[in-house]
Design a binder for this molecule. Structure first.
Ligand code: F6R
Length: 255
């Protein structure tokens, strides 16, 4: 696991985008696992810039998103479908047929989750999975206590997660209680992981993830077991780390 600390959130976002772009350039038919939330927005902005100014080509790429709220229609402005189209898909040349976001309106959620897992396998597996991290150490919506071997399924959101995400809704009551999420096992099957974290609110979770024991109580700690994982943080998210980490990748880990 490689931990890289950048000075600012902008630098974190730029390195994140460069690492993703490298995968797309080397393997145009790549399968990208994508995340939502505040953290990846500036990384997506940089990817859009690379597409527009440098011709970064997503036309053969396939994408799978980590998660989606249950009960939010695709057009709902807080659904992750909406988020992904607004913040990335609309502005790059990805083929809409190759885009996958879990369907929070699925009538039969367990059947949908099985189908989602099958689609990932059919696409050849995920080459690079982008991750954010919750202040409670969740990855995707695998909340503390989630099975470290879990697969795509419905999860009840932690009250802490609902409170963290309430900023996007009019009131706490509107924050969904359930989400469909890739499991930790699903995420760990990706060939490479790229976890981004920015801001002081993530400092404790990042310290545990990088330096703590592996535990289901901090799901992101599982990343320590992945043979090809990179964590890029800004300075604020790194303040509780006790060891020295570089500001540049030591080796070009993602390919
Ligand atoms: C979203 C996701 C979540 C977020 C996490 C951090 O697809 O998987 O795990 O990455 O909640 O969210 P932000 O970036 O808003 O702090």
């Amino acid at each position: 696991m490689e931990v890289i600390i950048k000075e600012t959130p902008e630098q974190m976002a730029r390195l994140g985008a460069e690492l993703i772009a490298e995968v797309v350039r080397r393997k145009p038919k790549c399968v990208l696992g994508l995340a939502t939330g505040s953290t990846p927005v500036s990384t997506y902005r940089e990817l859009i810039r690379m597409h527009k100014n440098e011709g970064l080509d997503f036309s053969r790429a396939t994408t799978f998103n980590l998660d989606e709220y249950v009960g939010l229609a695709h057009e709902h402005d807080q659904s992750y479908h909406f988020f992904m189209w607004e913040n990335l898909f609309k502005q790059i040349n990805v083929n809409p047929k190759n885009v996958h976001v879990p369907d929070g309106m699925a009538k039969d959620i367990p059947a949908f989750c099985r189908w989602y897992e099958e689609q990932i396998v059919k696409a050849g597996g995920i080459d690079l999975q982008l991750l954010g991290i919750g202040s409670n150490g969740h990855i995707a919506f695998n909340e503390p206590g989630s099975s470290l071997g879990s697969r795509t399924r419905v999860k009840t959101l932690d009250e802490r997660t609902r409170a963290d995400n309430a900023r996007f809704f009019k009131s706490m009551n509107e924050v969904p209680k359930y989400a469909i999420t890739m499991g930790i096992g699903t995420i760990m099957d990706a060939r490479q992981l790229l976890l981004l974290a920015s801001g002081a609110g993530k400092a404790e979770a990042i310290q545990k993830t990088c330096e703590g024991p592996i535990t289901a109580m901090v799901p992101a700690t599982i990343v320590q077991l992945h043979p090809k994982a990179v964590i890029v943080t800004d300075k604020a998210a790194a303040v509780k780390l006790t060891r020295e980490y570089p500001a540049e990748p030591r080796v070009l880990v993602l390919q």
